[in-house]
Design a protein around this ligand. Structure first.
Ligand code: FMN
Length: 359
């Protein structure tokens, strides 16, 4: 057993004093009510991670508006007061167990897997790949409709309003999901953003909407509420995508994000462009000067500890390993063996399992 002095050191992240460096990674579990309300099973599920030692918990992606942002059936939302208030028992359960909880705000863009509306996106480009079976989809995605400038403005406003609702009901912060192929990442990505206006073209213009979302949220929630942003190159429907401009794109993206002064950047921990080269987490730290949460296959504590020790990131987000070890932090602290994660755990779809919510 290692000593893990970095993993178990405290950290000030924005307005939050965290007891250790482990964060629960956001994971969509499509277990809300059909109307997008959080429920009691979800309160029990999220509380387990706080009881298990996670100082910070990031929720699954919540859709910010009722018009076009929902990706999955039974995904929870923050699109109205009732949805926001349905999180109060979850927030109380987590905070009552000593944890902090941040709401992840996620707009689907083109990656919509339920009937109900024509998806919107930067451009009318059909997404690569097929719908996610883990989240109940099958077959190809629909071709989205290109957003008008008015729609872009109203989506920015809907992020700000959802963040305001999150603050009002007692969340400890919000994280803007600009990763993994969803709407905001579709703007960054060259092949899904063919716009010729101020939101398309150069990398600076493709990242602009995210900067505007962060600024609108800050204006709505004030200076003391934590606001983070998640960025990635890979996507749920295109795992191996890399930014065409390489490290120069990384520099432009992270420097621009920093101008909106988010409290942190949440990034995948993998070599950014070449095997053995700097990680994107490290580049995010270098070019933004902001605290960085690294994520991706960090369930082995030795790996997480060495990444913190080598200053690649300030915090580590644990995803799948935490699903089978909700007490990951407490186990690592006392040197207890961790259960291995197996994808079968999420079959047939990634909804909450009985053992995750108790009886
Ligand atoms: C079932 C499942 C759902 C996920 N949903 C989200 C999500 O809503 N938002 C997000 O940013 N990432 C999501 N992810 C990605 C995870 O946060 C994490 O980045 C990924 O699992 C890799 O980390 P790991 O190796 O520790 O599991 C999801 C992953 C899984 C397995």
């Amino acid at each position: 057993m290692g000593n893990y002095s970095h993993l178990f050191s405290t950290f000030q992240l924005g307005s939050l004093r965290l007891p250790n460096r482990s964060v629960l990674s956001p994971m969509t579990r499509t277990s809300a009510e059909p109307s997008g309300l959080a429920n009691e099973r979800m309160a029990r599920y999220y509380a387990r991670f706080a009881k298990g030692g996670f100082g910070l918990i990031i929720t699954e992606g919540l859709y910010p508006d009722a018009i076009s942002s929902q990706s999955y059936k039974n995904q929870p939302g923050l699109a109205n007061e009732a949805q926001a208030e349905s999180w109060i028992p979850v927030i109380r359960a987590v905070q009552g167990a000593g944890g902090k909880i941040v709401a992840q705000l996620m707009h689907a863009g083109a990656l919509v897997q339920h009937d109900g509306f024509t998806p919107i996106a930067p451009s009318a480009v059909k997404p690569l790949g097929t719908m996610l079976e883990d989240h109940g989809g099958s077959g190809e995605f629909a071709v989205p409709r290109a957003m008008s400038i008015e729609e872009i403005r109203s989506v920015i406003e809907s992020f700000a309003q959802a963040a305001f609702r999150a603050k009002k009901v007692g969340f400890d912060g919000v994280e803007v999901h600009a990763a993994n192929g969803y709407l905001l990442d579709q703007f960054i990505t060259d092949y899904t953003n063919l716009r010729t206006d101020e939101y398309g073209g150069s990398t600076e213009r493709r990242v602009r909407i995210i900067v505007e979302v962060l600024r609108a949220i800050r204006a709505a929630v004030g200076p003391d509420f934590m606001v983070g942003v998640r960025i990635s190159q890979g996507k749920v429907n295109d795992f191996h995508h890399k930014w065409a401009g390489g490290e120069m794109d990384a520099r432009i993206i992270f420097e621009h994000l920093a101008t909106a002064a988010p409290d942190y950047i949440h990034k995948a921990f993998a070599p950014a462009f070449a095997e053995g080269g700097p990680t994107l987490a490290k580049l995010a730290k270098q070019y933004s000067g902001l605290p960085v949460i690294a994520n991706g296959k960090l369930g082995q504590p030795d790996k997480a500890e060495s990444l913190l020790e080598n200053d690649h990131a300030d915090l580590v987000a644990i995803g799948t390993s935490a699903l089978v070890n909700p007490d990951w932090v407490n186990k690592v602290r006392v040197g207890r063996a961790l259960l291995p994660f197996d994808h079968h755990f999420l079959l047939p779809i990634a909804t909450l399992k009985e053992e995750e919510v108790g009886v």
